[in-house]
Design a protein around this ligand. Structure first.
Ligand SMILES: [Zn+2]
Length: 283
């Protein structure tokens, strides 16, 4: 599932290659991919054709293309959504669901194997689509308020990883980057947010930003060509993972085998020595 760095890589690609262009034609190959556009695929096509793309924006894992007159196309990547760019001669990618033709001959392909993703026109959504108003700012957002986050985090009284995954508290962090940031800090994932020290929260935020920036840098290199892609995996960053998916491999700090534990229907990876279960009830 794409996380913030993967979505940001796509956003940058779209900002570079499609912003400023007018949409001349819209093709919906599978109506399920516009199911969030409640007025249906014909309305989606009619209202998007002829519009000019003015910006590519993101909050957390949500991406939208601002169009003229203050509206936006809200894009959900879901589990497997991908954007690719080509032209009239480009062979359509597998699982193509939506295609946008632009006035400079570029074709924007939206492919989505599992169809959890899709697009919808968001009225007045250019600045921030009302559909995602409840999503908190992400830690890479210049207007992210660390002090307000710390206050809200302490009030949650929940496990710190659970809080990191709560998109209404802080957005853009999924399972992979939560585990990586917790290892770097280091903190056990079940530490109660109410009892975290300010120093620990500051450290955690710093490592969340650091791990995402690093993933972004490593994702940026393959991005010079007219081709944008989210592969639904951690992608380029995979080789740099310290704990996620590293069960049984030695911790990069102390050599202890990394442990995998069930967590919210998924898994958590941690070093049992660097990130011990707190003792003496000090949660
Ligand atoms: Zn360790």
């Amino acid at each position: 599932m794409p996380e913030l760095p993967e979505v940001e890589v796509v956003r940058r690609g779209l900002a570079q290659h499609v912003v400023g262009r007018r949409i001349t034609d819209v093709t919906v190959l599978d109506p399920r991919s516009v199911r969030r556009h409640l007025a249906g695929p014909h309305d989606f096509i009619a209202r998007l054709t002829g519009r000019t793309l003015v910006d590519a924006r993101r909050r957390g894992k949500y991406l939208w293309l601002a169009v003229d007159e203050g509206d936006a196309v809200l894009c959900h990547l879901g589990m497997s959504g991908q954007f690719r760019l080509g032209d009239a001669d480009t062979e359509a990618p597998r699982h193509l669901r939506i295609a946008l033709d632009l006035d400079d001959g570029v074709r924007v392909f939206f492919a989505d194997q599992r169809i959890f993703g899709g697009m919808a026109l968001s009225e007045d959504g250019a600045e921030l689509p009302p559909e995602i108003e409840h999503i908190a700012r992400d830690p890479l957002d210049p207007e992210f308020d660390a002090a307000a986050f710390t206050t809200r985090l302490r009030k949650r009284q929940t496990g710190v990883k659970r809080a990191l995954l709560d998109q209404t508290l802080i957005s853009g962090i999924g399972n992979i980057y939560a585990d990586e940031a917790l290892w770097r800090t280091p903190l056990h994932y079940a530490r109660n947010t109410r009892h975290l020290r300010t120093r620990e929260i500051d450290g955690l935020l710093r490592h969340v930003v650091e791990v995402m920036r690093q993933a972004l840098e490593e994702g940026g290199t393959s991005f010079d060509t007219l081709y944008v892609n989210v592969n639904g995996e951690s992608g380029y960053f995979e080789r740099s993972l310290a704990v996620y998916g590293q069960e049984g491999l030695p911790c990069g700090r102390c050599g202890t085998p990394i442990r995998r534990e069930p967590f919210m229907n998924r898994s958590s990876f941690r070093c049992p020595v660097c990130q011990p279960r707190p003792r003496n009830g000090r949660w």
